[in-house]
Design a protein around this ligand. Structure first.
Ligand code: SAH
Length: 288
């Protein structure tokens, strides 16, 4: 097997075991990524602290070390981790903060965030790394159907010293019917899990009325006349949006120029009990 460097040739990225990631390699790349991301550079107190950099390094280090064993991701070159996993998770957080979501504010009870299909822990782990590490202020739950991915998330959270992170194993469509999970979260997010109408049905039942659903998407999928347009009836039936509550699209670019978007929508009422349906129903007959 060819020996891989930190910048493997195209096509070699999914092969082999990556070299262990070191601070010497990661930290300068992370500083470059911060400088090239206006939404991150605008809030240095959150995104540019040495403490955040160390936690993000530890998350990146565990990702590199565990990727093969847990089948986590093929995006593993250090610069790609910085841009396509970390900045891709953190720029939407910066936008949510600009929208006034009180992540990190002392509200007298924890602000609860659910990441549906968290996989290797994105966006959950980077968010927990840069926001206050206080379980009385924030509570992050990573939900995934795959237990070994969640074992990686827990290991990473422990290694990075994140006290606000917990995991729940199960399918979203089953968990959304459980007391303590249905209509229980202030913010429900997801990255790279399903097309928007499917994702909305999986995520909306978890959102408290008055809370938010935030989908991290690549731009072409979320264009008004494309995926978001198709998802509008689903949003409405699920209790999402309407009047001035969205859905709203925020567009941004990664430092490498790749277009991304964040779809944000407030939940106004309860989600009807019939949702979410069984997985086969959700995917075969999306809400129209
Ligand atoms: N959010 C991560 C992982 C994306 S891969 C990232 O952006 O890197 C999609 C993940 O969603 C997988 O880990 C898969 O196990 C999980 N998933 C897909 N459908 C699911 C469902 N219905 N319930 C729970 N998890 C699901």
């Amino acid at each position: 097997m060819a020996e891989l460097t930190h910048e493997p040739a195209e096509g070699a990225k999914s092969a082999g075991t990556p070299e262990p990631l070191t601070r010497e390699v990661f930290l300068p790349l992370w500083r470059e990524t911060l400088a090239a991301s206006p939404e991150l550079a605008a809030k240095p107190e959150i995104f540019s602290s040495d403490e955040a950099a160390e936690k993000l390094f530890r998350i990146a280090e565990r990702l590199t070390a565990n990727a093969r064993r847990f089948n986590l991701t093929s995006i593993l070159a250090p610069r790609d981790i910085a841009e396509k996993h970390l900045a891709d998770s953190l720029v939407p957080l910066s936008i949510l903060l600009d929208c006034g979501l009180p992540l990190g504010e002392d509200l007298g009870e924890p602000y609860t965030v659910l990441d549906v299909g968290t996989g290797a822990g994105f966006p959950l782990l980077p968010w927990a790394a840069v926001l206050p590490d206080d379980p009385e202020i924030l509570s992050f739950t990573g939900l995934d159907a795959t237990g070994k991915k969640l074992a990686h998330v827990r290991e990473s959270a422990e290694y990075a010293g994140l006290r606000t992170v917990r995991t729940v194993q199960g399918r979203a469509e089953d968990c959304a019917r459980k007391p303590g999970m249905r209509e229980a979260f202030d913010l429900v997010t997801a990255r790279a899990v399903a097309p928007l109408p499917v994702l909305a049905e999986l995520c909306a039942p978890f959102v408290k009325p008055g809370g938010f659903f935030a989908a991290l998407k690549s731009v072409p999928q979320a264009e008004e006349d494309g995926e978001l347009g198709a998802a509008r009836p689903a949003f409405k039936k699920l209790g999402l949006g309407g009047q001035s509550s969205g859905p709203e699209i925020f567009r941004f670019a990664l430092p490498n120029g790749a277009p991304r978007s964040l779809v944000l929508c407030k939940k106004r009422g309860l989600t009807p009990r019939e949702y979410p349906r069984r997985w086969a129903e959700i995917t075969k007959r999306p809400i129209v």
